[in-house]
Ligand binder design. Structure first.
Ligand SMILES: Nc1ncnc2c1ncn2[C@@H]1O[C@H](COP(=O)(O)OP(=O)(O)OP(=O)(O)O)[C@@H](O)[C@H]1O
Ligand SMILES: [Mg+2]
Length: 467
């Protein structure tokens, strides 16, 4: 028996646009209907089965937001896709958070539109199957500890994160995980994959900052034989390897702008080309990205493309630094002690004094640093009780330190000038994320002069020196 054609309802007040969409989508094998505004759309939804609603946001009478809410309340198997003008992409992203499946921009790239429609139909189908197959309310009654045995945390700032993971896991939305180094971004990315219906597919992490710029494109998209010196055979990239699974793009801020454009294209159309290739390859990959920098700041400074930022940031998750969830430290310590004992290290407990020091430290390296400190302490203690002397110096109570540095106005002019100069260039360098060219420009000095000051004051100017 032939499969029924997927049915699409277009909700759009512009008739020429509706005409174009109807003709095009009918040619592509869809059953197409049209409603000029949301009120009629609701009646049509009640009257028949609709697989996909394509809706404009702004319409007379009942608008796209109300259509979305109506579908989400009543028709869980119906996908809602937002059609948006270039200027309202941010609003479309808000609607995805509100339950829309996806969006595409007018004027349409038809490939992108078809991709978004197919993907949404497929996704709703997978969800329907998972819903009918899963034992009822399996997740509803389980505690975070049972659902996420590897992610330890019961503080008020961690509990909402478990909730977010469960909510987003089984959608196709890209997720952007932000948090300082060692806060557990990769752990959360893994959990999103494992809680999704893609869990039987691959989970592939790529550390964008660790791969030289020139190789990253080929790592992501693959290359054809002979496409550059050293390309002795065709190689598939991670987008292909992650087909039907999840691709974790770690340190996504480190991607060059030209590569950001290519990444945006795959996210929008699901297609890409190998380096040196002419064939468009289509994949079904869910992207989870992470960064320990403030991506919005980089967008404001034109170092990260705003359209890619919105695409990635459909579903943001912020991981708080460990010092803001000190309530989790005792359970984390317990978890790491048990983990070490299971792996054959001496079995230890933490003394009350040691725990109190662990709880009052700032943890600039977050959970990773805590894990390392516990491992070191277990080795030093060799079994029994971990005590303060097994902890690193920086955790111990401070002895009275040296007197504070003198104020510039108390110093001779030359010394004060040196201090000012150093602080000044350091501040500008930090403000421009280590980008010397940008910092020098903002400071109104030549790049050479700025470099000279950096060298004079022994300031490490990192990887953006040519940027
Ligand atoms: N909530 C947690 N419970 C248990 N272990 C954790 C937790 N958060 C982090 N860890 C552990 O800390 C280490 C660092 O975590 P992870 O690699 O996920 O951090 P990250 O945010 O990706 O860091 P980076 O930015 O440096 O890549 C890992 O060994 C991880 O297992
Ligand atoms: Mg990481």
């Amino acid at each position: 028996m032939a499969k029924p054609k997927p049915s699409i309802l277009i909700v759009e007040d512009d008739e020429s646009m509706q005409d174009f969409l109807t003709t095009f989508l009918e040619q592509e094998g869809y059953e197409v209907q049209w409603a000029p505004h949301g009120g009629i759309a609701r009646q049509m939804l009640d009257a028949q089965r609709i697989d996909v609603v394509l809706t404009d946001i702004l319409m007379p009478e009942v608008d796209g937001v109300e259509v979305l809410d109506y579908v989400r309340e009543r028709y869980p198997d119906t996908a809602v896709i937002i059609m948006t003008g270039h200027s309202s992409v941010r609003q479309a992203v808000d609607l995805i958070r509100r339950g829309a499946d996806d969006y595409f921009k007018k004027p349409f790239d038809v490939d992108e539109m078809l991709h978004v429609i197919r993907r949404s139909v497929e996704h709703r189908r997978m969800q329907r199957e998972a819903r009918t197959a899963a034992p009822p309310a399996a997740a509803g009654s389980a505690s975070p500890r049972e659902l996420f045995p590897n992610i330890i945390g019961q503080s008020s700032s961690m509990l909402p994160i478990f909730d977010l993971i469960l909510k987003v896991a089984d959608t196709h939305s890209t997720v952007l995980i932000q948090g300082s180094s060692g806060t557990g971004k990769e752990l959360v990315a893994t959990a999103i994959h494992e809680k999704s219906s893609r869990r039987s597919g691959p989970f592939i992490p790529v550390h964008c900052g660790a791969i030289p710029e020139t190789l990253l494109e080929s790592e992501l998209f693959g290359h054809e034989k002979g496409s550059f010196t050293g390309a002795i055979a065709r190689k598939e990239g991670v987008f292909k390897l992650a087909d039907h699974g999840t691709l974790f793009l770690d340190e996504v801020s480190e991607m060059s702008v030209p590569l950001q454009v290519k990444l945006l294209r795959v996210l929008e159309t699901g297609t890409f080309r190998r380096v040196g290739g002419v064939e468009d390859l289509r994949v079904d990959v869910r992207v989870v990205a992470a960064t320990n920098r403030n991506l919005k700041d980089l967008v404001d400074k034109n170092l990260f493309r705003h359209d890619l930022f919105y695409r990635l940031n459909v579903f943001p998750i912020f991981l708080p630094p460990l010092r803001e969830r000190a309530a989790d430290i005792p359970v984390l310590v317990q978890h790491f002690l048990q983990k070490l004992a299971r792996s054959g290290r001496p079995s230890c407990t933490a003394s009350r004094e040691a725990l109190s020091l662990l709880c009052s430290y700032e943890w600039p390296g977050n959970v990773r640093e805590l894990e390392n400190v516990i491992e070191r302490a277990v080795i030093l203690c060799g079994g029994g009780e971990v005590r303060p002397e097994h902890l690193p110096q920086e955790l111990l109570p401070r002895k009275p330190g040296p007197p504070p540095p003198p104020q510039a106005t108390d110093l001779p002019f030359r010394a004060a000038k040196t201090i000012f100069e150093k602080q000044y260039v350091q501040t500008f360098l930090a403000r421009y994320e280590g980008n010397v060219a940008a910092a020098a420009k903002a400071a109104g000095m030549s790049r050479a002069h700025f470099y000279e000051l950096l060298k004079k004051h022994h300031i490490d100017f990192g990887r953006h020196q040519d940027g």
